[in-house]
Design a protein around this ligand. Structure first.
Ligand SMILES: Cc1cc2nc3c(=O)[nH]c(=O)nc-3n(C[C@H](O)[C@H](O)[C@H](O)COP(=O)(O)O)c2cc1C
Length: 368
């Protein structure tokens, strides 16, 4: 089996061979005809950066300030539900990587492990991502748990008023908790490298809820402007709103007093005909001004992608599927290989741009 990982695409290919189709498709898939996911990557690929020469770039600085904190790198880990499907210890591996690299790890409401456990594993690097589920009270009780567990940054995800149809999941009969009929059983049996460790660890479930307490497929449209105001009043830490693509929304969210806006199209997993998130980023930067912290994700698959997002107006970048592919391909080693690869690519990109400090990346490095 191919095991060397020289790119995120290599990790994706290995993960695809190892994982049951149902699991790989849950991670890899997107909404509708998957156009938004393709557009994310295509648009990032089309951005060109201008090499500069004769600058001493022997010593490079990759540390990045975001939300009043000095992070070890310019990127962190995007919130992803059910990470223990990628690897039985998925949440834990991500939290430990975050601690090792001094980067943020955004824990999803729909994580496989609890807010409290991940808070300990991530050692102060965990941010909590909130979905408004069945009720405002349920959401606020999660917020209270995050506060008690010492989380300082809260991300409210607002681009899932309803869960978009993911056709691969529908075809594969993907359900949470997993429902195992004959087709799924065969899929698992054909992928023992995934199934045996997962079976030994026990089928992943939602770490923050008792069974049946949070319905993944239920509507999540209760999050509105009123709820944002309530959160702003009651949450004393940093507040970030995730899933913003409209400059007009961004201005109103800024005016509601948030600390940051997270520009994202959910990796193309929500509105199939959404624009590439990277195309909206400079428009949102222009609309909200230079001061507000902008975080970006959707489609980043390499170190150049991280640098491009910074050049397009982001203060910080999050990686989603790239890390799940790494874990799916080869557990902790695969995750670390992907992380090292991306870090190395960022350094190489800085060298080519004649830029020794990641803080100096800006639109002047883009080619029109
Ligand atoms: C398997 C999976 C689960 C996700 N679960 C969540 C989630 O629970 N909450 C959330 O805000 N975003 C979730 N996302 C979206 C990610 O936070 C992020 O926006 C997206 O993965 C970025 O796109 P990329 O994977 O192409 O980099 C999920 C994405 C994936 C791939």
């Amino acid at each position: 089996m191919l095991t060397a990982i020289y790119s995120v695409e290599d990790a994706r290919r290995i993960a695809r061979l190892k994982m049951p189709k149902l699991v790989f498709d849950y991670i890899d898939g997107a909404a509708g005809d998957e156009g938004a996911n393709l557009r994310n990557q295509r648009s990032l690929n089309q951005i060109k950066l201008l090499p500069r020469v004769l600058v001493n770039v022997d010593e490079k600085q990759l540390t990045k300030k975001c939300l009043n904190h000095q992070w070890g790198l310019p990127f962190g880990i995007a919130p992803m539900g059910m990470c223990n499907l990628a690897h039985p210890k998925g949440d834990r591996l991500l939290a430990q990587a975050a601690t090792r690299l001094n980067i943020p790890h955004c824990l999803s409401t729909m994580s496989s492990s609890s807010i409290e456990d991940v808070g300990k594993w991530a050692n102060g690097n965990a941010w909590f991502q909130l979905y408004m589920g069945q009720s405002e009270e349920q959401a606020m009780s999660l917020v209270e748990r995050a506060r008690k567990a010492g989380y300082q940054n809260l991300i409210l995800t607002v681009d899932v008023p309803e869960v978009a149809p993911r056709r691969r999941d529908m075809r594969n009969g993907f359900k949470s908790p997993l429902k195992i009929g004959p087709r799924q059983f065969l899929d698992f049996a054909l992928h023992p490298l995934w199934s045996i460790p997962t079976l030994v660890a026990g089928a992943p479930s939602l770490g923050n809820f008792a069974e049946g307490e949070f319905d993944r497929d239920a509507k999540r449209g209760l999050a509105d402007w009123h709820f944002l105001d309530r959160l702003r009043t009651e949450w004393q830490g940093k507040l970030i709103v995730k899933g913003v693509l409209s400059p007009e929304d961004a201005v109103r969210i800024r005016d509601a007093g948030v600390d940051g806006i997270y520009v994202s199209n959910h990796g193309g997993r929500q509105l199939g005909s959404a624009p590439a998130a990277i195309e909206q980023l400079p428009k949102i930067r222009k609309a909200v001004g230079d001061e507000l912290c902008l975080i970006f994700d959707s489609g980043v698959r390499d170190g150049e992608g991280v640098v491009k997002a910074l050049a397009m107006g982001a203060d910080f970048v999050m990686l989603g599927r790239s890390l799940s592919y790494g874990m799916g391909a080869n557990g902790e080693e695969g995750l670390n290989q992907v992380l090292d690869l991306i870090i190395n690519e960022i350094q190489l990109t800085l060298a080519q741009l004649g830029c020794a400090d990641i803080e100096q990346i800006g639109p002047q490095m883009l080619v029109e």
